[in-house]
Design a binder for this molecule. Sequence first.
Ligand SMILES: Nc1nc2c(c(=O)[nH]1)N[C@H]1C(S)=C(S)[C@@H](COP(=O)(O)O)O[C@H]1N2
Ligand SMILES: [Mo]
Length: 322
Amino acid sequence: MRPPSLPRIPASEITDEAVYRDRRRLLGMLAASPVLGLAGCAEAEPPPPPRARTSTAQARAGFSTDEEPTRYEDATTYNNFYEFGTNKDDPSRAPRTLRTSPWSVLVDGECARPGTIGLEDLLRGIAVEERIYRLRCVEGWSMVIPWNGVPLADVLRRFEPTSKAKYVAFTTLADPRQMPGIRYRSIDWPYREGLRIDEAMHPLALLATGLYGKPLPQQNGAPLRLVVPWKYGFKSIKSIVAIRFTERMPKTAWNELQPSEYGFFANVNPAVDHPRWSQKTERRIAGTKSRLFAARIPTQPFNGYAEQVAALYAGMDLRKWY
Ligand SMILES: Nc1nc2c(c(=O)[nH]1)N[C@H]1C(S)=C(S)[C@@H](COP(=O)(O)O)O[C@H]1N2
Ligand SMILES: [Mo]
């Protein structure tokens, strides 16, 4: 029986806990039987993006939401960063072992100016902006986080991608001495993500260096992480050490692990449920009340950024390309 002093945990929270425990258990199952992970085998390439591009002139103002932000404390203690463990509080409780300075990023592939570049040089001359974005995790919870960062497009253009650059692949550091979670073969390290080039060049896509006006803490992906607010959170890869322009769709960590559950595109879509749970609603962790009492709210197509990004997917079947 539950001791009377403990608060009752709302059903919404239980569902959410169950979901991420389930997601984590999947990793254990897959690790035990490597064959399962290959179940989804090679898919056909998706159709090319539509010609009509979202114009860069589209106002950058108005990108930030005025919804109630998440507390700094919640955004920095309730994290997914499996390199530091699979519990939500593992990344923030882990010793500060990640060496974030000096930090360099290898940029290569289909571009005219490949090379390894220090973080300061990578960002030099690009104004840091604040963007208050919704972050929707595939597990069914969300936050509103004020990020500081630079448009991804401004950084990518420095390397002069060629006409063969159809995708951009990103890689996280995978150093067992700096990241205690790496010794568990949960994910096939290093964590990898990718975007189609037009997605990467979209003005909403941000390379974040900070949140709430402070440098990124280790648990949020210091010193450099992606933020793609219209996609499920797993696309927003942390602690990036490599960026590659590719002609083919790159392999990505969660998609490789379970392709039927985690698509390459992973656009937030309340109409397409995860095979094991609904995506129609989300638990919004925001404001001053405990996250145990977070409100359940409807999930919006493209996480509320449809006006800005829906054109990128014109003519694409979003049920097929989830
Ligand atoms: N390298 C790496 N990047 C990652 C993850 C991870 O485990 N490893 N988790 C992803 C997931 S599932 C989410 S929801 C977001 C969470 O970002 P936050 O902890 O800053 O809120 O980071 C994403 N980026
Ligand atoms: Mo996530």
